[in-house]
Ligand binder design. Sequence first.
Ligand SMILES: *Cc1c(COP(=O)(O)O)cnc(C)c1O
Length: 220
Amino acid sequence: MIKENVKKLLCEIPEGVSLVAAAKARTPSEVLQAIEGGVEIIGENYVQEAQRAHAIVGHRAKWHFIGHLQTNKVKKAVQIFDMIETVDTLKIASEIDTHCARIGKIMPVLIEVNSGNEESKSGVGPERAIELVKEVAGLSNIKVMGLMTIAPYFDDPEKSRRYFSSTRRISEEIKASKIQNVQMRYLSMGMSDSWRVAVEEGSNMVRIGTAIFGTRDYER
Ligand SMILES: *Cc1c(COP(=O)(O)O)cnc(C)c1O
């Protein structure tokens, strides 16, 4: 099933849009099935869970961190992940920078924008995003590669559209600012129910869990 789900998705997702399989609460065996189906990037929300999966799956996929990163998990995170999609403060960016410097790594990161200004969500406020990008750009072991957002959830994904388009506008504004050490290459937006709308609004990286692995038995 997982393999077939991936194949179907890969047929539907347009050229140039990367698929990140959001693997929270899935077993390493489920992750491997997704990879057999053609998944090349695994998205993980929890560092410990990622360590377990990474030990088994290893370099058969790239690993993106898509959860809320805690300072005390950064040391482990920088060893496993190929990209951290959820940088939302200078503090966490500095922590990543410090640990990357120690192991001689330059970490590609996305800045997470709280596009709906939701209190329950992390991410930098849309009005402060450029400022944060400029600050993070000064760190030499981090490379800002774009923006990520988790838009507010609606039963009707059309209602998320304006949050995707506003995030795209911010990314264009940052691109136009030509900040050194910043490359606005990725716009990570859209999940199982909303990825089509997100892609229409300029997303080129979709993070999909349920449509690959089936429903989780807990609320996100
Ligand atoms: C779980 C999760 C997804 C995928 O959500 P689905 O609705 O299961 O596709 C995408 N992004 C993040 C940050 C997630 O935590």
